[in-house]
Write a new protein. Structure first.
Length: 275
């Protein structure tokens, strides 16, 4: 039986991030073999993840950031089960490290991000290990990115919601952040009227017609009323047509034009926890 010292336990804890008692138990079972002890901790993470696969991971950290040149930005969401774990500094740091990996490697989708290898472990394996340490289900729930001539990001207080917004040219930092905050606050469905998906338009027209009929409007007026409601939807739900949250006398498009008449938004991503 190997003599497990406090220094051994501390060393394994530094390598894995697991708790002291978990590290001591793994080293004891592995008879002092560090590689086997790390495998045991990883296996326990997988076992916990499998055991809790049907649990809802609705808490977590939603983060966003851009590259230094402001040409690329990402949003990621690392989910867990409880707000207690979501606020834990180790959990937040794990989310931040995944965010940085995404910025550096620029994966094409979430599965490619999960497969990226960092110091001998994939992102998915790192998350499984953290699951074993916290005892909660953890999952990378969301990843998306924006490429543009200028990209800005915003993280809402508490790490529950984040956005990235791409512009067709450079913009003052605060102005870009204002628009990213607008996306966070107002949750637009598209940049402009022409970007609204056809199925959304049809659904809004259907709702408008149903409301008009319920209000007892004449049948020959139903379509006209529905299209009027659709125009209101465009005003409220497309980013450039929305009232600017910091000055309701301006639309977002007008706000951007106050800096440069050709300045506009070309892409945005928004993600928030569903609770």
């Amino acid at each position: 039986m190997a003599n497990i010292t406090a220094a051994d336990v501390s060393k394994l804890r530094k390598i894995t991030g697991a708790g002291m008692m978990d590290c001591k138990k793994a080293l004891t079972e592995a008879d002092g073999n560090f590689e086997r002890a790390q495998e045991l901790i990883r296996e326990r993470g997988l076992a916990i993840a499998n055991k809790r696969a049907d649990r809802e991971a609705s808490e977590g950290a939603v983060l966003a950031c851009t590259t230094d040149d402001k040409k690329y930005g990402v949003v990621i969401a690392l989910n867990c089960e409880t707000d207690f774990v979501a606020k834990n500094e180790d959990f937040v740091q794990t989310a931040k490290s995944i965010l940085q990996v995404a910025l550096e490697h620029k994966p094409s989708d979430i599965n490619e991000l999960k497969a990226i290898n960092v110091n001998g472990k994939t992102i998915e394996e790192i998350i499984l290990e953290r699951s074993g340490i916290t005892g909660e289900k953890m999952e990378l729930a969301y990843f998306d990115m924006v490429k543009a001539d200028y990209v800005t990001s915003y993280i809402h207080m508490g790490n529950k919601l984040a956005t990235v917004v791409g512009f067709n040219k450079s913009i003052e930092d605060q102005a870009g952040r204002d628009v990213a905050m607008q996306v966070a606050a107002m949750d637009p469905v598209a940049i402009a009227q022409n970007d609204v998906p056809q199925h959304v338009i049809e659904k809004e027209l259907e709702i408008g017609r149903e409301q008009a009929r319920n209000d007892g409007k004449p049948e020959n007026m139903i379509d006209k009323i529905a299209h009027g409601k659709l125009n209101k939807f465009y005003k409220e739900s497309t980013l450039l047509n929305q009232d600017f949250v910091k000055d309701s006398k301006l639309t977002v498009a007008q706000y951007l034009s106050s800096f440069d008449k050709d300045l506009t938004v070309v892409a945005f991503k928004r993600y928030g926890l569903k609770n």
